[in-house]
Write a protein that binds this ligand. Structure first.
Ligand SMILES: [Zn+2]
Length: 445
């Protein structure tokens, strides 16, 4: 390999038209910082004039050079530049002057493509744009502009939606919720929508073709009635699945409200009710019944079961409510729909009104809860996805622009999440595949 190729390899550049002289590296001071400057000379061979197209019979002659300082990624943590002397040419036929071309930097740009790929490589990490701009010594605007090239977020692939999707919301800005759609199998974000009114969501989903919408077999969501109408209308072949976590949460809340009401009346056992509330929520079969221990506020040694039973003994209504809660929890954990249906069918006057209301809600959503217990999908992936979104927001101390926020979320939770070494580009947005393939090839993902 020639010296030139070694240098090009070292700098990760592929343009063979760049040549290097003997003293090709200089240490200089730019903005009071020591920087490395690599000096190169760029020269093209033209068969035809790029302006008029006439064949080059010694008609294209050299006509001076143009020097430009191009920012390249750091070398050994020192800021680095490529000083490129570009050969200028003149065509004798049309008298036009033109400059040599290169692939390492775009026309009229002083930031090398390698630096831009480095931005994309950084963008997939949980870091802010400010951090990236400091690392690469470029402006914040350049970082944002490069990130914007990753996706064309205005253009949706209208013919693609996965088989199972999750929908949920999270707080994007102060008091503003964002509607989040993700793939129930992989947890990849499909899209985010700021306006979550039913009218807007209907408009949004109608962007997708009917074929794409017909492919969606399952939609996982929480118990929110307006969405059910929307989903049934927009996805004709879908089964709605109520998220397991939200069902349990509903039951836990009503048991807790009952506990608080009892606790406030019973001053004597107030602290016991407060301290051991979590034992009430725990599935009965998971309570410890053989390990005797000292419990705070209790005189005797006892087990977890004893502590719970003591609390239940204080109030009849609480006991009945607890029993109903436990049997429902058991049915949900065992995926036993018949049992669940049996429990919610019965009118039980002895349990608290809070629990009665919850059971009434379960009755209303009965057919969807049946799907929950029969299908393997849950909103677990969505909760993780939402947490990632919130983390991204917190790291950046909030976003002012929803488009930028969405781009960052899509980059982190969608495109760079790969399974078993395969970079999946399946996406509802058109990604700049070239950028990703380059980053994967050169940095590995
Ligand atoms: Zn010409």
């Amino acid at each position: 390999m020639s010296n030139k190729n070694y240098i090009l390899n070292l700098l990760n550049m592929e343009d063979k038209n760049i040549n290097f002289s003997e003293n090709f590296i200089e240490n200089r001071k730019i903005n009071n910082k020591r920087v490395i400057v690599v000096i190169g000379y760029l020269q093209n061979n033209f068969d035809n004039c790029p302006v008029c197209g006439s064949v080059n019979n010694n008609t294209i002659i050299k006509n001076g050079t143009k020097k430009s300082l191009i920012k390249i990624p750091k070398i050994s943590e020192l800021e680095s530049y490529l000083e490129l002397k570009k050969q200028k040419y003149k065509c004798k036929n049309c008298n036009k002057i033109f400059v040599s071309k290169t692939t390492i930097v775009n026309y009229r740009c002083h930031i090398s493509n390698n630096t831009k790929y480095a931005i994309i490589n950084y963008a997939k990490e949980m870091v802010t744009n400010l951090f990236i701009s400091k690392q690469l010594n470029i402006s914040n605007m350049t970082v944002q502009r490069t990130i914007d090239t990753i996706y064309n977020t205005d253009k949706l692939y209208k013919n693609y939606l996965p088989e199972a999707i999750c929908i949920d919301e999270f707080t994007a800005f102060k008091k503003i919720m964002a509607f989040n759609i993700c793939d129930a199998k992989t947890g990849k974000t499909i899209d985010l929508e700021l306006d979550r009114t039913i009218t807007n969501l209907e408009k949004y989903f109608s962007y997708y073709s009917l074929t794409a919408r017909k492919k969606v077999k399952f939609v996982v969501m929480d118990m929110y009635k307006p969405y059910i109408g929307l989903i049934n209308k927009m996805f004709p072949n879908t089964k709605i699945i109520i998220d397991r976590f939200h069902i349990v949460q509903l039951l836990t809340r009503s048991l807790n409200k009952t506990r608080i009401r009892v606790m406030k009346k019973d001053k004597l056992n107030y602290r016991k009710f407060k301290r051991y509330k979590n034992l009430l929520f725990k599935p009965r079969q998971e309570l410890n019944f053989s390990y005797w221990n000292k419990y705070l506020f209790f005189k005797n040694l006892m087990t977890e079961v004893d502590a719970v039973d003591y609390l239940l003994k204080q109030n009849k209504e609480l006991e009945k409510t607890y029993n109903a809660y436990q049997s429902l929890l058991y049915a949900i954990q065992r995926n036993d729909y018949e049992l669940l249906e049996k429990i919610i069918k019965e009118e039980n006057e002895e349990i608290s009104d809070y629990m009665q209301t919850s059971i009434k809600t379960l009755r209303e959503f009965k057919e969807y809860i049946k799907n929950t217990l029969e299908q393997p999908y849950s909103n677990g992936v969505m909760e993780r996805n939402n947490n990632t979104c919130k983390l991204i927001k917190r790291i950046a101390f909030g976003y002012r622009n929803f488009k930028n926020f969405k781009a960052k979320i899509l980059i982190i939770t969608n495109i760079f999440r790969k399974k078993k070494g395969v970079l999946s580009l399946l996406n509802v947005y058109e990604p700049n595949i070239f950028n990703f393939l380059w980053v994967e090839k050169n940095y590995g993902i």
